[in-house]
Design a protein around this ligand. Structure first.
Ligand code: DOR
Length: 437
């Protein structure tokens, strides 16, 4: 006899919801795609569990149960590069990585700079294994010359705007973008790298780039870009979100701007938290080519410190699929980007939590409630009545990253072969199990 009162119950998991201040072993009940209640096990709950069918119970003993993870920086590549990823495959990768919501970037072909393309993505996403929130382009065709119809994009449901992959180089255009975005109460997500100063660099400008004979892009290109945008936000207001922070000077600038009261938030990627430019010379693995580039040990430590002290609000994967053919080239010819959805949880557990920098609760906040707040998204909570978007993580599971296990259509990860601890066990979207191991 099946329980009629509830559809599903997740039992005995350690439930962590940073905002509810929970952190105990509990049962979590789901009904009609919503979270019905959370209860500490007792004689009463044990009696109630007897009314459940076996297939209505998920045993999460020894696991942690958290709000469905939210990734604010994902490239789904559709339309245009369906050989590298589609909305369907990208969302399967999201589910496998524990993400129930992703924000997709507009640097597709065509660009997501108009209502029709937003609608195309939204329609495709209706049947996908994750919720997809569209981020529209700041400028038409991401050319940095003319603003997109920002009001139209917001009307269609865009949650933010960005020219990701490109910095809005013209300060007058960025000023107007901030003013419009402010009017529509959405943040601007900025890829902060001054194009001219980068000058076609393919890795960080440092001792390593000199040693390897590769053209470098200095960290100052990021620092200058962030400082200019802080000045513009100070001038006209608006909400500035700095994407994939990679250097110490950018972290310091964001910390100071926050202290000053500027409405600024930031994200860090697992690769900038874990890798440095010293990796590149080992094998010239083109999967290490990424924008902004991997920087020095001191930069990496500064990004971690910024994450720990709250300067950096969230962890985002910058999942950037590229085909094997395009990455099978000289280091400086390869397109920048690496996939990240399916490795983020394991990497953060292994290199941030297990190294003692942060607790699970702090990490989960940066992957759930913080990103939800920055972009005004539903989710990021296990509060009763909210959508039953839930991720169950096995914190002790040891595993090796394998390309043939990826749900993504692309495998451009420099972490393949790495041994990690901590793995997603099940992902539940609106009460439906969309991924299980
Ligand atoms: O490395 C990157 N790849 N950085 C970006 O900002 C864009 C991304 C891509 O689209 O491949």
């Amino acid at each position: 006899m099946a329980s009629k009162k509830y559809d599903l119950v997740i039992i005995n998991g350690r439930v962590i919801d940073p905002d509810l201040g929970f952190g105990k072993d509990a049962h979590l009940y789901i009904k009609d795609g919503k979270i019905a209640k959370i209860e500490i096990p007792s004689a009463k709950t044990e009696k109630e569990l007897k009314s459940f069918d076996e297939n209505q119970i998920i045993d999460a003993s020894g696991k942690i149960v958290v709000p469905g993870l939210i990734d604010v920086h994902v490239h789904l590549r559709e339309p245009g590069r369906e050989d590298a990823e589609t909305i369907a495959s990208g969302c399967q990768a999201a589910a496998a990585g524990g993400f129930t919501s992703v924000c997709c970037m507009p640097n597709t072909t065509p660009r997501i700079d108009n209502q029709e393309t937003v609608k195309f993505v939204q329609d495709r996403a209706k049947v996908a294994d994750a919720r997809v929130y569209v981020v529209g382009a700041i400028t038409k065709n991401i050319e940095g010359k003319e603003l997109s119809e920002i009001g139209d994009l917001v009307k269609m449901g865009c949650v933010a705007i960005t020219d990701d992959g490109h910095y809005v180089q013209n300060p007058e255009i960025m000023r107007r973008a901030l003013e419009y975005a402010n009017m529509f109460n959405i943040p601007i997500m900025q890829h902060a790298e001054d194009k001219f100063l980068c000058g076609g660099g393919v890795m960080n400008e440092s001792y390593e780039s000199t040693r390897l004979g590769l053209k470098g892009a200095p960290a100052a290109a990021e620092e200058i870009a962030v400082q200019r945008d802080i000045a513009l936000t100070r001038l006209v207001g608006g909400r500035l979100h700095v994407q994939h922070v990679s250097c110490k000077e950018a972290v310091d600038a964001i910390r100071d701007a926050k202290a000053e009261g500027i409405d600024i938030t930031a994200e860090a990627t697992p690769h900038h938290l874990i890798l440095t430019d010293e990796e590149i010379g080992k094998e010239f693995n083109t999967n290490l080519r990424v924008n902004p580039p991997l920087r020095t040990q001191a930069d990496k430590e500064a990004v971690i410190a910024g994450l720990v002290d709250g300067t950096i609000d969230c962890i985002a994967s910058d999942h950037a699929p590229h085909s094997i053919e395009s990455k099978d080239s000289e280091f400086d010819q390869a397109p920048p980007g690496m996939v990240g959805l399916e490795t983020t949880v394991g990497l953060i557990k292994t290199f941030i939590i297990d190294k003692g920098y942060m607790s699970w609760a702090d990490v989960i906040r940066k992957m759930t409630s913080n990103p939800a707040k920055i972009l005004g998204l539903p989710g990021g909570t296990l509060a009763e009545g909210s959508d039953a978007d839930i991720t169950i993580i096995d914190p002790d599971k040891r595993w090796t990253v394998r390309a043939d296990k990826f749900q993504s259509k692309s495998t451009n990860s420099p972490f393949i072969g790495m041994k990690l601890k901590g793995q997603v066990y099940k992902t539940i979207l609106g009460g439906r199990v969309v991924f299980e191991r």
